[in-house]
Design a protein around this ligand. Structure first.
Ligand code: SF4
Length: 406
């Protein structure tokens, strides 16, 4: 297939595909899917070998957010029956992080609901970063606290943060349909602030929110232009009690095409499968490891993931290996460009929250109309009821008395 040969060559050279080529990946048929995975998998192996980086989420502050991000179970007015609690203390957060690190995670992602941190919040998180780093040599810490104001990225960096996550989530053109309390430009500004402060920028998307193929390509090209080191790809978890509860638009095949497209557009970037992996990829998760080089271990911010042991078994069974703390995540040209930043020299979050880190796929573009069977599946899932068999609210780990599943 000429398209895949072209994309493979470009991926190996870190050359940007054309928008039409990226759109064509999303429009491939099920017959072509394994060829797409094989081509994107070669690009993945060129830059990241067979290593899988494990990341662990600690939700420092859950629920009660004044913002109205439609996909988020923590949003203003959310009826989702999630855990709600205010800031974990540094020792509580450190204890929660320890479970993920013991399970093989090399990055801890500290996430808090809210529009953005106050300076006092930055102090709290700084204390938490110190507590985690004091007890876990070599650990990477990524903060995900919302929109940053002047000087906050620098203060987090000085406190030892390696990275900052803030997702673009969806295209600029549709951002206003998803959130009204802040803008796409606000999000871009925060990613730039993190970058400028010398933090490793982490920014990604949410697929499955009803967006078009063009929207998906728009947001991935916008991400490439921002040049983050890591791109979390979330698949919408349609929580009951949120405006997007009925948006069941994704199939495992669609998720694989999206991950492949992201890999071709951002070939040398840490592509992380984030929220919604178990819910939407289901038994196809191992195939997705050929595209992404990073996953979250255990639970997400407000929903439960599969057991950490199942993640480790899946990685081994699929012929991949967990990346160690002594291994550098990023390809040399990227790691060198950020020399001095702990995260880049040793190793690289975020579901960004199911909220900040995590977000949708919708009606396909013109060529996708040839894939009628998938459209039928999507129509069927769109009309279905809540999938409480797939979406389970987190009841363990951070903020509870129960052990996490990492
Ligand atoms: S994504 Fe973040 S800012 Fe938006 S509602 Fe959720 S917690 Fe609040």
């Amino acid at each position: 297939m000429d398209l895949l040969n072209t994309l493979l060559d470009k991926g190996l050279r870190r050359e940007l595909p054309t928008r039409d080529e990226a759109l064509a990946v999303l429009a491939t048929s099920d017959d072509e899917l394994l060829d797409v995975v094989a081509a994107a998998g070669k690009v993945r192996r060129q830059w990241f070998g067979r290593r899988v980086k494990l990341n662990y989420l600690v939700n420092l502050k859950s629920g009660l957010c004044p913002e109205d991000c439609s996909y988020c179970s923590q949003r203003l007015g959310s009826k989702a029956e999630i855990l709600k609690y205010t800031w974990l203390k540094p020792d509580q957060a450190s204890e929660a992080a320890a479970a993920g690190l013991a399970g093989g995670a090399k990055r801890v992602c500290l996430v808090a609901s809210g529009r953005g941190p106050t300076d006092r919040d930055v102090d709290r998180v700084s204390d938490t970063i110190k507590a985690i780093k004091d007890q876990n040599e070599g650990v990477e810490v990524c903060a995900c606290l919302g929109l940053l104001s002047d000087g906050q990225a620098e203060r987090l960096r000085d406190a030892g943060a390696d990275a900052y996550n803030h997702n673009l989530n969806t295209s600029e053109g549709t951002y206003g349909d998803i959130t009204t309390t802040h803008t796409y430009a606000d999000r871009v500004d925060t990613v730039r602030r993190a970058h400028a402060a010398g933090l490793s920028a982490c920014s990604g998307l949410i697929a499955g929110m009803g967006e078009s193929d063009e929207d998906l390509v728009d947001v991935v090209y916008a991400l490439r232009a921002l040049d983050p080191d890591s791109v979390p790809v979330n698949f919408l978890i349609p929580f009951e009690g949120t405006p997007l509860a009925k948006e069941w638009n994704l199939t495992p095949q669609r998720c694989l095409r999206i991950l492949a497209m992201v890999r071709f557009v951002c070939p040398d970037v840490e592509v992380r499968i984030a929220g919604g992996r178990e819910v939407h990829l289901r038994t196809m998760q191992p195939l997705a490891l050929h595209l992404a080089n990073s996953i979250f271990l255990g639970d997400y911010l407000t929903s439960e993931g599969q057991a950490g042991k199942a993640d480790l078994d899946m990685i081994a069974d699929a012929g991949f290996e967990v990346e160690g703390t002594g291994e550098v995540t990023l390809p040399e040209h990227r790691a060198t460009a950020h020399a001095g930043c702990g995260s880049h020299t040793d190793t690289e979050a975020g579901t960004g929250c199911g909220s900040h880190g995590g977000g949708g796929c919708g009606p396909c573009g013109s060529t996708a109309q040839e894939t009628a069977p998938e459209e039928l599946v999507q129509e069927a899932v769109r009309n279905s009821e809540a999938r409480t068999d797939l979406v389970s609210v987190r009841r363990r780990g951070a903020g509870t008395d129960l052990a996490p599943n990492a």
